[in-house]
Design a protein around this ligand. Structure first.
Ligand SMILES: *[C@@H]1O[C@H](CO)[C@@H](O)[C@H](O)[C@H]1NC(C)=O
Ligand SMILES: *[C@@H]1O[C@H](CO)[C@@H](O)[C@H](O)[C@H]1NC(C)=O
Ligand SMILES: *[C@@H]1O[C@H](CO)[C@@H](O)[C@H](O)[C@H]1NC(C)=O
Ligand SMILES: *[C@@H]1O[C@H](CO)[C@@H](O)[C@H](O)[C@H]1NC(C)=O
Length: 418
């Protein structure tokens, strides 16, 4: 029970509460069955005895025996109820974070305090308390977490964004909230109005470069920041300003060709692993609003995307997407989808992508690297399971660091499932 997640939103809490209720009901049911049977047993032995005198003689003794048994059962029920209450607390989360441990930052304790609902028990859900959410892997990294939560309340936060990101990458997501003022960078006069902002170079001064090895954007251009970001901060030279409107291979689909496949119904989209936001920028040119999921791995991706006038979503791909079911017209993903680990990891991610995509919506898989045959088989099988309509499907080769790799690009349409 101790390992049960602390990450409890409304839905989970409700679900857990329901399980608790049913298990409590089950146990109570078993006890009542036992009690009834015991009574039946005594009644049966009583009626089958024809010797009335003996019956009367034994009656007193037997009644005390029965009441002894009953009180035993009642005690048993009482202790089970206490155990269940404890289990409920653990399920709701706040018992699994050991706050009595030394070196736990006080602000963490304050944040994790549970609060009674102002009007008592909620009649619809049965929930009585509110729990602050924090990822269950935070418990595993409690030293780092305490470092993150060690600050002066109402004062400035330390310059510790890398600690925060490290925690996220270790699975401590969501991070707890803090009561300190985050560092700021004045952007007055540095930002361009929309839509010019989409393609103008971003001023070095819009970013606080502390903790990063580069101290300006031209420095980043000389770095390979992952498969989908080679010179991706350079909006003037290089290929970034050509992406999605010019193809370098048959695996590079053009944005307008894909939009046609959506028959005019593409208005909002989600870019999984959005790089520097160029996909969203191209879409913005076509009046489609795209949210780009990104972390700040070795570069200020979030600041850059925001400075372009686009929506950066600071979230790891291990986190359930914070969107409701069937909302997006389009989801775009590339090799960032290759999350590594067991096939189940990719399955969970793909099911979540499927969940947020609306029926009839498009899933654009863009130059996904087939690292090996196994990966290829796993992904193809997954796509078959989902029953998507293959509107485009191109397997090709691509040069990567001098060697040739196999890539898949596809546009798939989510079916209506009934
Ligand atoms: C009372 O219990 C005794 C055993 O403790 C049993 O022999 C007897 O039949 C019982 N009498 C009645 C009336 O149930
Ligand atoms: C960046 O943040 C650090 C820590 O908050 C601060 O000391 C530094 O002055 C900031 N640099 C700029 C350019 O704002
Ligand atoms: C950023 O700083 C570099 C190095 O000082 C400079 O060459 C470049 O022009 C600057 N870029 C912008 C957009 O300010
Ligand atoms: C985007 O919307 C604006 C304002 O409604 C309109 O003027 C423009 O033509 C649209 N662009 C495209 C590519 O549809």
């Amino acid at each position: 029970m101790g390992s049960v997640s602390l990450k409890i939103g409304d839905g989970t809490a409700r679900f857990k509460r329901a399980t608790f209720c049913s298990s409590a009901a089950n146990i109570l049911m078993i006890f009542s069955v036992i009690t009834t049977n015991l009574f039946a047993l005594y009644a049966f032995t009583a009626s089958s005895n024809h010797n009335q005198t003996q019956l009367l003689h034994h009656n007193n003794k037997n009644f005390s025996l029965i009441s002894e048994q009953v009180s035993l059962i009642l005690r048993e029920i009482d202790s089970s109820q206490k155990k269940l209450a404890q289990m409920e607390k653990e399920l709701l989360g706040y018992e699994s974070f050991d706050l009595s441990r030394p070196n736990i930052a006080n602000e963490l304790k304050v944040y994790l305090q549970h609060h009674q609902l102002p009007l008592g028990k909620d009649s619809k859900t049965g929930i009585t308390e509110m729990v602050s959410s924090v990822g269950h892997f935070c418990e595993k990294n409690s030293d780092l977490l305490s470092q993150y939560m060690n600050y002066k309340a109402y004062g400035p936060c330390y310059d510790d964004w890398s600690v925060a990101q490290k925690l996220i990458l270790k699975g401590c997501e969501p991070l707890p909230r803090r009561r300190c003022f985050t560092k700021t960078v004045s952007k007055v006069g540095l930002l361009h109005p929309f839509p010019n902002s989409l393609w103008k170079p971003i001023a070095n001064k819009t970013v606080n470069w502390s903790g990063l090895s580069c101290k300006n954007f031209p420095c980043l251009n000389g770095k390979k920041l992952g498969k989908d970001c080679i010179g991706c901060f350079d909006l003037v030279n290089g290929f970034e300003n050509q992406r999605f409107i010019k193809g370098r291979s048959k695996n590079d689909f053009l944005i307008d060709d894909v939009l046609v496949l959506g028959s005019g119904g593409i208005r909002i989209g989600f870019d999984v692993g959005g790089g520097s936001g160029t996909f969203a920028a191209r879409m913005a040119d076509r009046n489609v609003t795209v949210i780009s999921a990104t972390l700040n791995i070795d570069a200020p991706f979030s600041e850059f995307i925001a400075a372009r006038g686009l929506f950066p979503l600071y979230l790891s791909l291990d986190h359930r997407f914070p969107f409701y079911d069937n909302v997006f017209d389009l989801v775009h993903a590339s090799s960032t989808l290759d999350v590594g680990g067991k096939p189940e990891k990719l399955e969970f991610l793909m099911f979540d992508i499927d969940r947020v995509l609306r029926p009839g919506g498009l899933f654009w898989l863009d130059n996904f690297y087939y690292a090996n045959e196994e990966k290829k088989k796993a992904l193809t099988q997954l796509i078959e399971w989902f029953g998507y309509k293959k509107l485009k499907w191109v397997v090709g080769e691509k040069a990567d660091n001098g060697k040739s790799v196999v890539v898949l690009s596809a546009v798939l349409q989510k079916p209506v499932r009934v």
